[in-house]
Design a binder for this molecule. Structure first.
Ligand code: DC
Length: 229
């Protein structure tokens, strides 16, 4: 597919719909860059939690310290890692103490603008797949190809729960479900860039689909867009 002109692919959707895993696979097939914008919000949350000795979020302090947040992505041994001020935080940002605070931080408009600016820079040469909550609406409203992934919350909670089983920080299924419901509400109700379907985005309900099926569906839609382009 290299003969096509590169485009921007925006994938938005609810937490635990498989956005990042599928985006990663698609980026390998298309030879595109993949940016998981959620990991940037997570890294910024880790930075913010470390500003306070009691790990409490202080929006005023965060806004004052924005310029000290340096986020980079590096691919090492075919794995994409995220670095916060030169520290590899790829593992730390997935821990529940970060996950459970990130939606609170993601509603701060100043922080969003700071990260959106960086996200736009990643896409300046196109050939990018970015996943998140506001990619098709705010970061790349001009994206040639947009998706919006939804799924039943119980299906998503089960997925997250099983994912956690191989890790140190496990939570009960009930806790995972509760946390997802809370995050959904915070993501959709916030005033600054709430999660919503972008104009022209293809909505896919992934509740009854395997990751392979979702991947196939998305890839064939992208190919159609590439052919039109
Ligand atoms: O995709 P994720 O679960 O890793 O995202 C973590 C949090 O970051 C999520 O609760 C909402 C927020 N987020 C956001 O507000 N905007 C984005 N573009 C991506 C993530």
């Amino acid at each position: 597919m290299a003969k096509h002109q590169k485009i921007i692919i925006a994938i938005d959707g609810f937490a635990a719909t498989g956005k990042s895993s599928i985006a990663k696979r698609l980026s390998n097939s298309l030879n595109y860059i993949h940016i998981d914008s959620g990991s940037m919000y997570r890294a910024a949350t880790l930075f913010a939690l470390r500003l306070d000795s009691k790990n409490k979020l202080n929006p005023k302090k965060i806004i004052q310290s924005l310029s000290e947040i340096k986020i980079e992505f590096k691919t090492i041994k075919e794995k994409q890692l995220i670095f916060l001020n030169n520290e590899n935080v790829s593992y730390e940002i997935r821990k529940p103490y970060v996950t459970n605070q990130v939606s609170k931080l993601a509603k701060i408009p100043e922080l969003r603008s700071y990260l959106v600016k960086k996200q736009k820079e990643f896409g300046k040469n196109k050939g990018i797949i970015m996943d998140g909550r506001d990619i098709g609406t705010i970061v790349f409203p001009e994206a040639e190809c947009k998706f919006f992934l939804v799924a039943n919350v119980e299906v998503r909670a089960k997925r997250r729960y099983f994912e956690q089983q191989s890790k140190d920080n496990k939570e009960t299924y009930e806790k995972v479900l509760k946390s997802l419901i809370k995050r959904d509400k915070l993501d959709t109700d916030r005033i600054s860039s709430p999660l919503m379907k972008a104009k022209g985005a293809l909505k896919i309900d992934v509740s009854d689909l395997t990751l392979d099926e979702v991947y196939d569906k998305m890839l064939s839609y992208i190919k159609k867009k590439l052919n039109k382009h």
